[in-house]
Design a protein around this ligand. Structure first.
Ligand code: SGN
Ligand code: CA
Length: 561
């Protein structure tokens, strides 16, 4: 009896030991790798998996072919660093504190990479972060300072201080990523890698190898290129992001400053200064190639300019914008292809979650615009393609309302790590794995803050459902906008005062208040952020905002109260 008890005890002990030593081991191996690919300002209109009118992106499309394409993915605040902060923290801007590009990210926030690192994931980040400080929770990082440069960029590195690398940024960030995958990571451990492109951010300098091809292409114009902004709340007309009026000749379109002088073209904004800054980084042979390609553009322009009407100018500027913007995307697509080829060649595709997304969408001439910030579709929505062959059915698609807010909890669930209670998103795993019945979101919340600032897009918050948007422009305005996605897909009409929409309007107002409560947003928090930015703006510290502008805003506020 005694012996058998001892035997039983010994058996249980062995079982326990083997369990505790083996189970985590197997469990560890099963945990997926995570590769988060994000480009900066990549419009879904410029990914052929969504729309091939403008460009073919066969490599990015591979991710959707292997996995899932989301047609209603959006951001909570359509601007760079705030989007990144929401992705990392799983919280809306008003709670993580990064409401605009101006102030630094608060590094006391808990981010999903920190939690994954604690759980045994290897973590690395390469490319653009734009936080004003270094990321926490990474075993390795090489990041661009601020916006970073297209040519011969500098990097802030975790171990080697600041370095400058000769070449084109999209290629270099990929080289660093592949080098880490091949030579630096522990091959037995799962990893989470953030591969973050600067392209296609303004001022759109493409790789030398694409110059000839892209500067000779012509693109279809969007239907709303000549939008006059009537029929909507006034912020659309007040924004400074119209291609004709605000995009600069030298800085954006690469008209040579001497050519501007010769033709008597007045500067738009920081026109020549921006040009000088962008070109100052090029080495001699890069400069030669640029001057050659843009020399032809300038020659052709000089012949046309004297006879150009405003309409002609808009059309010409749109073409130049698309040539350069899409040219930078060509290199992103090629480099995404290099990464996918590496994963395939190393048999890593099956149990790796690959996400391709952008920090927000972008206007490619819709409403006559470039840039982002507004809640209108092109900048509110963002591309989202996800592959994970082990779990996602190839070639699938989801029209659900998902957001950048959801990434943190998605990755934590995939890695088997509990998400902190105060994260505000939802894991996308049910949608990715075909269990849509577990997904019940019917509306999302949006809040944009960066005003006064470059492009002058007024502050606004909103509720968005699959059918409608109810938007409140506050601060220097007090206007509401009701958009009807089904009946007015180009978003040209404000139905707020249309009696036919009375019930819908009421319902949306109630739901918007519920959402604000759910996500813990309030007018008091908004006021705190207004005060912070206005203090710096009054001291002349906010890029693109003059002291006169600050006075004008204060006057408008006084009138509104
Ligand atoms: C720069 C650009 C803006 C752009 C912001 C924010 N101007 O300031 O056009 O909106 O970045 O972009 S530029 O004259 O410097 O090109 S973001 O992606 O970082 O949010
Ligand atoms: Ca951006």
């Amino acid at each position: 009896m005694k012996n058998s008890r001892i035997l039983l005890f010994a058996f249980l002990l062995t079982a326990l030991i083997s369990c505790s030593s083996e189970k985590p081991e197997t469990h560890k191996k099963e945990r997926p790798n995570i590769i988060f690919i994000m480009s900066d300002d990549h419009a879904y209109q410029a990914i052929s998996a969504y729309d091939n009118t403008l460009i073919e992106t066969p490599n990015i499309d591979r991710i959707a072919k292997m996995g899932m394409l989301f047609t209603n993915a959006s951001v909570t605040n359509s601007i760079c660093a705030p989007s990144r902060a929401t992705i990392l923290t799983g919280k809306h801007s008003h709670l993580n504190g990064k409401v605009d590009n101006h102030f630094h990210f608060d590094t006391t926030n808990i981010t999903f990479p920190q939690l994954l690192q604690d759980a045994g994931y290897q973590t690395a980040m390469f490319g653009k972060l734009h936080f004003g400080n270094n990321p926490k929770g990474f075993d390795q990082f090489k990041i661009l300072p601020g916006q970073g440069a297209y040519y011969n960029p500098e990097f802030i590195t975790k171990y080697d201080g600041n370095i400058e690398v000769e070449g084109y940024v999209t290629d270099i960030v990929t080289d660093m990523t592949l080098d880490w995958l091949e030579n630096e990571r522990e091959k037995e451990q799962p990893f989470m890698l953030m591969y973050l492109h600067k392209a296609p951010h303004r001022s759109w300098l493409m790789a030398e190898r694409h110059l000839d091809d892209f500067t000779s292409r012509t693109f279809a114009e969007p239907k709303t290129l000549f939008d006059d902004y009537s029929g909507r709340a006034t912020p659309a007309a007040e924004a400074e992001m119209n291609i004709l009026h605000h995009m600069s000749w030298a800085g954006d379109h690469k008209v040579f400053p001497e050519m501007m002088d010769e033709l008597g073209i007045p500067e738009i904004g920081y026109d020549k200064a921006r040009y000088a800054y962008e070109y100052s980084r090029l080495n001699e042979s890069q400069m030669d190639n640029f001057l050659k390609a843009y020399g032809k553009v300038n020659e052709d322009f000089a012949k046309k300019y004297p006879k150009m009407t405003d309409e002609d100018k808009m059309k010409w500027k749109y073409q130049r914008y698309m040539q350069d913007y899409l040219g930078t995307i060509q290199a992103v697509d090629e480099n995404v292809g290099r990464l996918l080829d590496y994963l395939e060649a190393n048999d890593m595709m099956e149990n790796t979650i690959i996400v391709y997304t952008s920090d927000q969408g972008f206007y490619l001439g819709e409403h006559g615009w470039y840039d982002k910030r507004f809640i209108y579709n092109e900048s509110f929505k963002t591309p989202l393609l996800v592959s994970w062959p082990d779990r996602i059915k190839a070639g699938s698609r989801s029209d659900e309302l998902v957001q950048n807010l959801d990434f943190a909890q998605t990755f934590l669930e995939a890695a088997g790590v509990n998400a902190p209670e105060d994260m505000q998103g939802e894991s996308l795993i049910p949608l990715l794995t075909g269990n849509d019945e577990k997904w019940d979101r019917d509306a999302v919340y949006y809040h944009y803050y960066e005003y006064p600032a470059e492009h002058m897009v007024n502050r606004h918050y909103a509720i968005v459902t699959k059918d409608y948007k109810l938007v409140h422009y506050y601060y220097v305005e007090d206007q509401w906008e009701l958009l009807d996605s089904k009946n007015d897909p180009y978003e040209l009409t404000n139905f707020y005062d249309d009696p036919k929409y009375a019930d819908i309007k009421l319902d949306l107002h109630v739901r918007l208040e519920e959402l604000r409560k759910k996500y813990k947003d309030s007018n008091e928090i908004s006021q705190k952020y207004i005060d912070l930015l206005m203090k710096d703006a009054a001291e002349g510290k906010v890029f693109g905002v003059s002291k006169e502008k600050v006075e004008e805003i204060r006057e408008r506020r006084r009138r509104l109260m």
